[in-house]
Write a protein that binds this ligand. Sequence first.
Ligand code: GLA
Length: 687
Amino acid sequence: MTHPLFGAAYYPEHWNSERWPIDARLMQQAGINMVRMAEFAWSRLEPEEGLFDFAWLDKAIEILMAHGIQVILGTPTAAPPAWLIAGHPEILPVNEDGQRAGFGMRRHYCPTQPVFHTATRRIVEAMARHYQQHPAVFAWQIDNELGNIANGARCHCSSCRTAFQAWLKQRYGSLERLNSVWGTVFWSQEYSAWEQIPVPMRNVRPASAGSAYNPSLYLDFTRFTSDSWVQYQQLQVQILHDLCPQHRITHNLMGLFPYVDYVKLAQDLDVVSWDNYPRLPAPWSAFKGNWSPSHVAMSHDLMRGLKGRTFWVMEQQAGPSGWGRISPTPLPGEIRLWTLQSVARGAEAIIYFRWRTCTVGTEQYWHGILPHEGTPGRRYEEICQTGEELQRLGALVGADLPAEVAILRSYDAIWAFEAQPTAEGLAYDDQIGRYYRALWGRNVAVDLITEDGPWEPYKVLVAPCLFVLRKEVSTRLHAWVEAGGTLVLTFRSGVKDEYNRVVDQPLPGALRDLAGVQVIDYTALLPAGTGAPCGGPESLELVIDGTSHNVGADVWMDDLQVNDAEVLGTYRGGPFDGAPAVTLKRLGAGRVIYVGTSLDDGGQALLMGKVLEVAGVSAGVPSPDNVEIVRRVHEGIDYWFVLNHNPVAHEIRLPSGGIELLTGRTVTETVIVNGFDALVVCSQPGI
Ligand code: GLA
């Protein structure tokens, strides 16, 4: 198979079969070598219970194969057919308002429902048996975007409630223990039978305000629902592994999607893939108006970390998108630029969504490579060019992307903040994104890991708002810092134990000695313009190497007492005027920076510059705003991806000249990168 894999999501069932050979020819001309198919085609594959029809799919695959195109087959379980639901309406999920979904969308199933497991086994086994020896089948995609919010990421039906109770029994062993760690004495919530334990329904509006259920119950429910998706996926993985051991198994994840623990979900997969729509910030991602190309990069980095070095992009945006409303179209060059950004950050497959824009159904406005009428246009031309160029980068697939810095993103923190958002302006991924953006702006490579990920390889670990802290994590952090690591901690860290109870110590709880500070008071800052006292941003004097800088701070302020640290920043004005805000403690061979507030971009950039310097992290290549530079290393040679997300040209100075691989030109170390253009320079010192 040629690398990278290059293709599109293809739905032959949406079109007359006379069109199929035309599609295959156009795909072949565009350099497409892979298509994903069938992930929503259950009603065509099993039109009646136990009656299977693969003839149409066989025919479509045969035509594709004759054009040199292989197939990733989707199991179609995201779209249970009407006959199945009519016979077993209990499959339909129940939302947090207690309402059962109706038929008419997709993802209308509960992942713990036994009858749905039976139906899943039947269709997946039938497909696997039919295609196990097929020469064109390369891989399987299980289901589609498990947990995607269209019909609720979490089901609240009686089957889920029973499964949740069993999950709790397994975790706590006795009700006595559960009552004790959950603190159910509060509001007389003590349970005397497992069956009394509820699933948390919506009880606070708007939903973004959190939940008034016991926070311990809420966190366990989010863990349970995540596990239920992992288990549902396992059911399918098992069948496919047994019947098709030679095929690779993947699932299409959703980057920063917060409702499923992707570390656990990825464990059972051969390869991680994800769906990348740069022009359409995902509805669940909270960047508080700070959206930038850095967040796409951050999602790539998160996905890359799940299974080692590479991942696939299973859906790469190929046009203007949206269901009811249409997003602005990718400007000329942007589809190619976004594709090269994916490859730069480790993608070894690019599958565009979708081949041709459909004329029927919910996604009439979600534009594919071809427009509704099926005639090649500017997007097709751009993709042809991109496909050709990617062939020249083949050797780079799987090249290293060495990172000395990691950011810790914790699912427990995501879910505990979901129950208690804590401050109006606080969004966990926004905090992660602010640190990421400061590093991305310096072209410093970052890996995203969880608290269980390996920290040893890194010089710097940034752990924003490490809200829920397990004991062993704080022990590991101490040891890692003493051994020479540089740790960045922030406000709202060490607040909760693993049961989501607030610790009965001054904050940052178990991290207090490590940070050398303790929080003696704190305040939420309301977003600017609310007219209330503490309606931030406030100002901060940040002293970096003896020079004082005035920077902005918002969201939150800790009033710090310094026990054993050096003060880097002090509040000016606001409720804690003159108090320390940013500190640095040296410990063993390492150091800990504690940041008691949320800094604006300028402050963040200054601070991270200092952090990288004290930690001895190699400097990234300087570039203007929104020109992204990624270093890949293959067989000892540096490859520089230069990605210009701006509409205008910029001049960049690389560490050395070399061969620009997309054009084959020799370039010196000073290169011009045009607006929305990209270069890939294979370093050859001396040029
Ligand atoms: C997701 C899904 C696709 C399609 C696109 C566009 O990413 O995986 O099936 O629905 O969104 O809506």
